[in-house]
Design a protein around this ligand. Structure first.
Ligand code: SAM
Ligand code: SF4
Length: 470
């Protein structure tokens, strides 16, 4: 029997619904219990499943403040002031599934369908690299043009091959439908960075209700996708929940069970967690009326709890959220953000985010330069670093460097040098001025090893070299 068939059968063991509900019922959130969990989180070893409901139940404003300030400390201890920047690239909105929350679902007649040609993809890439992007998240619906899955492989090749002046894409992550092991191997051979896939909801009954047709209706095929990806030696995987479909407390516990399962099987959990919240989507009642809406306060709680529960796992925030919410969550634990995004295929070349061909509506419409100026003004260092993936520091090797704190000696200098590249090659004068100030302040606050490494890289960039890293 092919290996993937075995995983379909074992899908049920990954999330234990009963155990999750029991954990959610049993815990209290008195002050002493909350403080005990928060002081455990400061050891940077993460949290156990039974700790999470204690934090999820906090409603007292003072305790909430303590949760947020602990998350901020943990985030700064591990990630410093870095924020990794990327842009999604939607290459196709063809889809054979019926996800009731998504504009791309097969029966939605309101959406204009298109799969970009390789020439159109190259045009999109030129547009992105000319803004300064270096990292792309390739996104597609679950139906490919005539050539089938090789459309994806060809598109990846086009993206890596397309250059403009000093600009190029150096890391491509992919958010595409679950694959069989053989296809994952081809994806790995095409040099993807992270394979990203959201379970949407870990609650089977809800999953069944909102996925009414197509291959995605199979919960088990989806939840076992990361097992197949890792089996195919893709060792950076990114998971996520579409918040608003079911109770967020259940979802984060189930997500932690998913991570524990991967850790047990492969020695490493996921590289990133994404936290999309349902946004309005053309032709979708569910998207406009989330069954379990997540309030802004709860959304901040989700980010803070995840930061404490899995401190070394990146948290990704997209432009679904408003600039204000994005700013607040940087401090609470977000480590990667998209910027200047379009969610309609061809949207960068046409400079439009037409609602009728987009996947969902965006909360942050600002161009990359403006987002980076804002980020720098807040004291963060935007990073386009792609060093780890290119030096093979992925999966377990990455975690082995991250956990003793050694990774900072690479990440911080690389963040500064890639930001400097952006400032010299693409920034507006105002952003460059502000950015240079932020770089100087950051250098002044660094320890000697980091500052020396950073200055070496910055000198190379200023003398005209590009793509230098340590
Ligand atoms: N088609 C593939 C899939 O479904 O996994 C990959 C790409 S899909 C375009 C990327 C993600 O967009 C989905 O996993 C879902 O979480 C998110 N999404 C869909 N509709 C959304 C909405 N209305 N608001 C926010 N996110 C949405
Ligand atoms: Fe298709 Fe993905 Fe949208 Fe579902 S979420 S309809 S699979 S593009």
């Amino acid at each position: 029997m092919p290996t993937e068939m075995n995983y379909v059968k074992t899908g049920k063991g990954i999330v234990d619904d009963e155990a999750v509900f029991e954990l959610l019922q049993n815990r209290t959130a008195d002050t002493a219990a909350v403080r005990e969990v928060l002081s455990k989180a400061m050891e940077l070893k993460g949290l156990d499943l039974h700790d999470v409901p204690v934090l999820a139940r906090i409603s007292d404003p003072d305790l909430l403040g303590e949760l947020f300030s602990t998350a901020k400390k943990v985030k700064e201890m591990i990630y410093g002031k870095r924020l990794v920047i990327f842009a999604p690239l939607y290459i196709s909105n063809l889809c054979s599934n019926e996800c009731l929350y998504c504009a791309f679902r097969a029966r939605n007649k309101a959406v204009k369908r298109r799969a970009l040609t390789q020439e159109e993809i190259a045009r999109e890439v030129i547009n992105l690299v000319e803004q300064g992007h270096k990292r792309i998240l390739l996104v597609a619906g679950e139906a490919y043009p005539k050539e089938g899955f090789s459309y994806i492989l060809k598109s990846i090749e086009t993206i890596y091959r397309t250059k403009s002046g000093p600009g190029e894409i150096r890391r491509l992550n992919a958010n595409i439908a679950p694959l069989a092991i053989e296809e994952f191997k081809q994806l790995k051979a095409a040099h993807i960075g992270t394979y990203q896939l959201f379970q949407e909801t870990y609650h089977r009954e809800t999953y069944r209700k909102v996925h009414t047709g197509g291959k995605k209706a199979d919960y088990d095929w989806r939840i076992t996708a990361m097992d197949r990806a890792m089996e195919a030696t893709i060792d950076d995987v990114g998971i996520g929940v579409l918040f608003g479909l079911f109770d967020w407390r259940f979802e984060i516990l189930a997500l932690m069970q998913h991570i524990r399962h991967l850790e047990k099987r492969f020695g490493v959990g996921c590289h990133t967690i994404s936290v999309p919240r349902l946004e309005p989507a053309s032709g979708s009642y569910v998207a406009e009326h989330p069954p379990y809406p997540v309030s802004d306060v709860d959304f901040r709680k989700i980010v803070a709890i995840l930061r404490l529960a899995v401190p070394y796992t990146g948290i990704i925030m997209s432009t679904r959220e408003t600039p204000e919410m994005r700013r607040e969550t940087f401090a609470l634990g977000v480590s990667q953000i998209s910027a200047g995004s379009r969610t309609n295929p061809g949207g960068y070349s046409k400079d439009e985010d037409a609602f009728e061909s987009s996947q969902f509506s965006l909360g942050d419409h600002r161009p990359l330069d403006e987002v980076l100026r804002d980020v720098a003004e807040l004291g963060y260092i935007p990073s386009f670093c792609t060093a780890c993936y290119r030096l093979g520091r992925t999966g377990r090797d990455f975690m082995d460097l991250a956990k003793p704190g050694e990774i900072k000696n690479h990440c911080d200098p690389n963040a500064l040098s890639t930001f400097e590249e952006f400032l010299l090659d693409y920034a507006t004068p105002e952003t460059r001025r502000l950015g240079e100030e932020t770089i100087e302040k950051t250098l002044a606050a660094m320890d000697d090893v980091q500052a020396k490494r950073s200055r070496t890289l910055l000198t190379k960039i200023k003398s005209g070299k590009r793509d230098v890293f340590c």
